[in-house]
Design a protein around this ligand. Structure first.
Ligand SMILES: [Zn+2]
Ligand SMILES: [Zn+2]
Length: 349
């Protein structure tokens, strides 16, 4: 093994458990940096990546895209970063920088987005990662690394649509799903001055949702309560990945209001289009955020004390962490730490 050999955890094929995986460090381009990873969050999208749900995974697949670490090497064309800087990295690790979306500063919409993931070639469940330095963000001093890690995907995914549609303040916002994304969305929506309702199928999440700042709690399986909520929200942010009664959710929107999907629901979205027409509802998606929004989100999170609730585990327990996320047992985000025990070299390396 060379000194720089990377140790990580990989699924060898779709749907398999992660195994120790040792690999030669990827070649670095002139715009790229190498980052020694201290922390990496576990996002539901990692599990969908392991399962090749999006049909873009390559195997062996090293998941992980809520990364915090220390810059250990910089390419010749990198500016603004140096060895030793603490940075955060999210799902997007590069972009083409030349399509119409990249040119207008919306790199998250890059037309080559399937080639832009931090997962390519290998992600953050590892000792180090290589990304384009323009997609690594210096972290505010004093922000704990495990908290910053979660902001890099869960945080930006909910910050961007709330900033776009709810920053006017005093809107009635419903956050659907109180999980990794939802518990941050409640906090961001409150910080934007909104009246926040947590909408969840789990009654036991009410107390925590209120603790995160929700003014109200709406149990989505309570049909009477859902009927009572008819025409009440200016904005619904859908952060869950399970199925939902989409028609009931749409009914809870005010006329001209909007439902924004940020989770990756695994079921088809079914609803009665009549309500869409009569009340002029809009449904839209929102995908992570641009580089400018990442920087803005980090500053906003620090200013308003937005704090993910994190369970810290050694990276060597990556499979256990994934199992807990699959069983919906993470409260509310698991972050893997190399400082507590990272990947060991594979036995056959
Ligand atoms: Zn993610
Ligand atoms: Zn592009």
């Amino acid at each position: 093994m060379s000194l720089k050999t990377v140790t990580g955890f990989a699924a060898k094929a779709a749907g398999q458990l992660l195994e120790p995986f040792t690999y030669e460090p990827p070649e670095m381009g002139e715009h790229e940096i190498r980052v020694a990873i201290t922390h990496c969050g576990v996002c539901y999208t990692d599990i969908q990546g392991i399962d090749d749900h999006f049909e873009i995974s390559t195997f062996p697949f090293v998941p992980g895209h809520e990364i915090v670490g220390t810059v250990s090497e910089v390419g010749g064309a990198v500016s603004g970063l140096k060895t030793g800087d603490r940075v955060g990295i999210g799902w997007q690790g590069r972009s083409c920088m030349s399509c119409e979306w990249c040119l207008q500063g919306e790199e998250q919409l890059c037309q080559d987005i399937d080639k832009c993931g931090t997962w390519k070639p290998y992600g953050g469940f590892a000792s180090s990662v290589v990304v384009d330095g323009r997609f690594a963000y210096p972290l505010p001093a004093g922000m704990p690394s495990e908290a910053a890690a979660v902001l890099m995907c869960a945080g930006i995914s909910v910050y961007t649509p709330l900033r776009r549609y709810a920053a006017g303040g005093s809107l009635k916002v419903g956050i659907v799903g109180v999980g990794g994304l939802g518990h941050l969305a409640i906090q961001f929506a409150r910080a934007f001055g909104c009246e926040v309702t947590a909408v969840s199928s789990s009654p036991e999440k009410e107390e925590q949702a209120r603790h995160f700042g929700a003014d109200h709690f709406l149990l989505s399986r309570d049909q009477a309560a859902m009927r009572q909520a008819r025409l009440s929200f200016d904005l619904l942010l859908y952060t869950a990945h399970g199925g939902s009664d989409w028609t009931a959710l749409l009914y809870s929107l005010k006329t001209n209001a909007r439902l924004v999907v940020v989770g990756f629901p695994e079921n088809q979205v079914m609803f009665d289009p009549l309500e869409l027409v009569v009340h002029q509802f809009s449904m839209t998606g929102s995908f992570i955020g641009s580089r400018a929004e990442m920087k803005e989100m980090l500053a906003f999170a620090r200013e308003h004390g937005i704090t993910p609730k994190v369970e810290l585990l050694p990276m060597s327990q990556a499979n256990h962490a994934i199992e807990r996320v699959k069983r919906n047992q993470a409260r509310y985000r698991i972050v893997l730490s190399n400082e507590m025990g990272g990947p060991q070299p594979a036995i056959d390396a």
